[in-house]
Write a protein that binds this ligand. Structure first.
Ligand SMILES: *[C@@H]1O[C@H](CO)[C@@H](O)[C@H](O)[C@H]1NC(C)=O
Ligand SMILES: *[C@@H]1O[C@H](CO)[C@@H](O)[C@H](O)[C@H]1NC(C)=O
Ligand SMILES: *[C@@H]1O[C@H](CO)[C@@H](O)[C@H](O)[C@H]1NC(C)=O
Ligand SMILES: *[C@@H]1O[C@H](CO)[C@@H](O)[C@H](O)[C@H]1NC(C)=O
Length: 405
């Protein structure tokens, strides 16, 4: 009876959850001002940029993917096996006919450029072909529709949208919760460094004859620096990225330099540039105070949280805990480790004081009994040194005894 009832209720729960999964379709949402409707979860998805590919893989959707394209650098190690089960359509964007040849029902890109006429083509046209589409809101073609300042909530919002479209809303919730927990953890580790805001960071993307391309206020680099609580030296520059002069960089006097490493513009080339005489005088260059981040960490995506972890750990290791950086260690960080030592020392001092007082008290009481004192103080006859010592003791004792009398 009981078993039957239990299995019946299990069946009921299973049916309920199946129903609710079905009931979430059709999914309709407005993405970059474009309304898209999905009657069911896509089964033949194609991702057009690394960030989109890794978000789909983080949502465990590899079985619903028939193609990927355009990696910037190596796929995250934990998604490598899943990634390798999916055909790579192109090193960059695939031509439209190659894309349509895999019969996609969903095209997801991190940049609007994926929907250029030569590649996926306009989203309206894809809709006419029954192909759904999504583009990262931080990269809407219509710039007025992009978030004015990218936040981690925008990244989580994109993850939730894609999870909804693919019928895995719960996996999406789990993923964003885990990412938030990772952020909370690194921020907890950094909490004790009160001088975090005084750390000036220069986000060095690339350079050419026109100047230096830097992480500005409002894109992923700005967001990562804000999530860490450090100061972005080019916070006053609008947009995700900005071009400044080398004089601006030198004047900004950064403490830490983030070197973006891209195959087309490597960290190595940037270090060589920084070591030129005009720049080598910057203290961050003299101290080689830099950290390398692959380009794929620097657009809005799941990697941003890892970038916060990488930079945060670098700051703890190289800036706060290193020998020559010990001065920047804040008082509150001292508290955590040293308060215990201070308390222990205080307790020991107090205990010693009590012991000394007790000894003194008993000693004085003993002085009051001359026989005991004599027993204790019998000197070794003929030993001059010892005799002196003992004499001194006797003198002190006599004083004490006198005082007491
Ligand atoms: C998109 O559709 C319009 C109207 O049907 C057509 O004129 C245009 O050539 C199409 N563009 C592409 C890239 O297929
Ligand atoms: C961009 O979006 C804004 C706000 O919705 C709208 O007013 C404007 O017409 C759009 N621009 C283009 C080129 O579509
Ligand atoms: C920079 O990227 C290249 C290829 O993408 C890689 O081989 C190299 O190890 C990276 N360098 C650093 C310092 O991370
Ligand atoms: C380097 O910096 C020091 C002090 O910060 C300054 O005196 C010196 O002139 C600088 N040298 C160059 C080449 O800028």
């Amino acid at each position: 009876m009981f078993a039957a009832a239990t299995s019946a209720s299990v069946l009921f729960v299973v049916r309920l959850s199946l129903c609710s999964a079905e009931e979430s379709f059709p999914v309709t949402l407005t993405n970059c001002g474009f309304e898209v409707t999905f009657e069911s979860a896509p089964e033949r998805a194609v991702t057009m940029n690394q960030a989109a590919t890794e978000i789909m893989l983080a949502l465990e959707l590899e079985d619903s993917m028939v193609g990927t394209a355009y990696l910037d650098d190596a796929i995250l190690p934990e998604y490598k096996d899943a990634y390798e089960t999916i055909p790579v359509l192109s090193e960059t964007y695939p031509p439209r006919e190659d894309l349509l040849a895999v019969d996609p029902d969903f095209i997801y890109a991190s940049y609007s450029s994926a929907f250029g006429d030569d590649y996926a083509g306009p989203r309206e046209n894809l809709t006419q072909l029954g192909i759904g589409s999504y583009v990262s809101p931080s990269a809407c073609e219509n710039r007025t529709l992009r978030p004015s300042v990218v936040t981690i909530e925008d990244v989580f919002g994109e993850i939730r949208d894609v999870a909804d479209i693919c019928g895995v809303a719960e996996t999406g919730e789990t993923l964003t919760t885990e990412l938030q927990a990772d952020l909370d953890e690194i921020n907890e580790d950094l909490l004790s460094y009160a001088e975090l805001a005084h750390i000036k960071v220069f986000w060095f993307d690339s350079f050419n004859d026109n100047g230096v391309y830097v992480g500005a206020c409002c894109g992923a680099p700005g967001m990562i620096m804000r999530l860490l609580g450090v100061t972005n030296v080019f916070e006053d520059q609008d947009g995700s990225w900005a071009t400044v002069s080398w004089d601006d960089v030198v004047a900004s006097d950064p403490d830490v330099i983030v070197l973006v490493n891209a195959t087309w513009d490597t960290a190595k080339e940037k270090i060589a540039k920084l070591l030129e005489p005009a720049l080598a005088n910057m203290s961050a260059v003299k101290d080689e105070s830099w950290v390398t981040l692959d380009f794929s960490y620097t657009t809005p995506n799941i990697r941003n949280v890892r970038a916060v972890q990488i930079l945060g750990r670098h700051l703890i290791r190289e800036v706060f805990e290193s020998n020559d950086g010990s001065s920047s260690k804040s008082k509150s960080s001292l508290k955590k480790s040293d308060v215990i030592i201070i308390v222990v020392v205080l307790v020991v001092v107090v205990l010693c004081a009590i012991v000394v007082l007790l000894l003194y008290f008993f000693d004085c009481r003993n002085k009051a009994k001359p026989t005991n004192t004599k027993d204790v103080l019998v000197p070794l006859e003929g030993d001059a040194d010892k005799g002196q010592e003992v004499e001194g003791v006797i003198t002190e004792e006599s004083k004490a005894t006198k005082g007491k009398a």
